[in-house]
Ligand binder design. Structure first.
Ligand code: NAD
Ligand code: ZN
Length: 349
């Protein structure tokens, strides 16, 4: 088993990574929670695959279990779903000593974490992420929340889990689409902080080595979020490829995966930073090749000015500055503050 400890200012918790760890979940959960009653929150795709397993394990260990299943998909990530979870908790007389288990992808983790942070002003919660994206990214760092009709993740809270249990075996049921989606973030981690990880990804069989890959990604995410829990400084480097990526996601009306859009964003900004003499020549080509190995299409079908304009409009308010993340070489990121009207100069196709 691989273990990482997150020493966040507001809480300390462990991330445990092991193939098959689901079957031991009760032992690990039991060592961090106070109560004996668990509300397992999951979605309609994950429930038939893993709910019984987690439920049975917990019950065999003497926990009382309840579950709440919501319709899979980003469309469920709103306050209505959270209100339904509050109702399930109240109907089953959950108190402050009881706890929530988030079993699913990033949508499940974000909704459940937010419900846990607000129900009775905060109850314990445990993350069992089941998508690659949630295993390498969203389950760690304490960001929870929901979308509103005005935008994504507009309402939320920073709230740390008591424990994160990662079973890479759950990825065997994930579609290729969602596996590739998560790889967008994996490539990003290599780019911003770990040249060795990037080199390894270029050469090895990714699925065969996924447990080590997840560990390396989480070390980076852990280090960065511990340094900057509330996102005021270094945490920004996690946004490499994301400023352009988010614009492309919106332009594509969310029909392209987040990972694919981030891949496009990373390549666009690195091609430009290479021509500007900031980045080692050949870097963009390497990122492009690795993304292609991960089944991520890096071509951008929108013109640069449209992408830049969307990014600019995203950043409303009087402040004209935009912080962009560049890499000067694989494994090393640089935060640069630019005039938001100049963003197009930092993008190239
Ligand atoms: N909190 C954070 O720091 C953070 C960071 C990045 C992303 N996010 C959020 O994460 C969300 C995206 O996460 P996601 O991509 O995991 O989405 P998701 O939770 O919707 O999961 C993707 C799909 O895979 C299915 N699924 C999950 N696990 C499965 C498994 N093991 N086998 C088969 N199918 C499975 C789900 O039902 C869903 O259809 C977004 O809402 C995003 O805003 C949060
Ligand atoms: Zn992302």
């Amino acid at each position: 088993m691989k273990k990482l400890t997150v020493n966040a200012m507001s809480a300390t918790y462990d991330i445990l990574i092991e193939k098959g760890i689901l079957k031991d979940c009760a032992k690990y959960i039991g060592s961090v929670v106070r109560g004996k009653r668990a509300m397992i929150i999951t979605d309609t795709n994950v429930a038939p695959l893993y709910l019984d397993k987690v439920k049975d394990e917990l019950e065999n260990a003497g926990f009382e279990t309840y579950f709440h299943i919501f319709t899979a998909g980003e469309e469920s990530k709103h306050l209505g779903t959270v209100a339904e979870i509050y109702d399930s908790l109240s109907e089953n007389e959950f108190t402050r000593k009881d706890f929530i288990v988030a079993l699913g992808g990033g949508v499940c983790g974000d909704i459940s974490g937010f419900a846990a942070s607000t129900y009775m002003r905060g109850i314990d919660f445990v993350q069992i992420p089941t998508t690659l994206l949630s295993q390498v990214d969203s389950s760690v760092g304490g960001k929870t929340g929901v979308d509103t009709k005005y935008g994504k993740n507009l309402v939320g809270a920073f709230y740390q889990p008591k424990l994160v249990l990662i079973d890479p075996q759950t990825l065997s049921t994930l579609t290729d689409h969602y596996f590739a989606d998560g790889m967008g973030e994996v490539v990003k981690y290599g780019c911003i902080r770990n040249a060795e990880l990037f080199n390894m990804l270029e050469t090895i069989d990714i699925k065969e080595n996924i447990e080590d890959i997840i560990l390396e990604c989480l070390k980076i995410k852990r280090d960065v979020v511990v340094e900057d829990e509330k996102e005021s400084g270094v945490r920004m480097i996690l946004n490499f490829g994301h400023t352009a990526g988010h614009s492309i996601e919106k332009l594509a009306e969310f029909k392209k995966s987040h990972g694919e859009c981030v891949a496009k964003g990373m390549v666009m900004i690195t091609k430009a930073s290479e021509s500007l003499g900031i980045t080692e020549v050949g870097t963009a080509k390497r990122i492009e090749a690795l993304c292609s190995k991960c089944n991520l299409d890096t071509s951008c079908y929108y013109d640069i000015d449209t992408v830049a304009l969307h990014a600019r409009n995203d950043k409303k308010g009087s402040d004209n500055n935009l912080n962009i993340i560049l890499i000067d070489k694989i494994g090393n990121s640089v935060i640069q503050t630019i005039d938001k009207n100049d963003f197009a100069k930092y993008l190239s196709k």
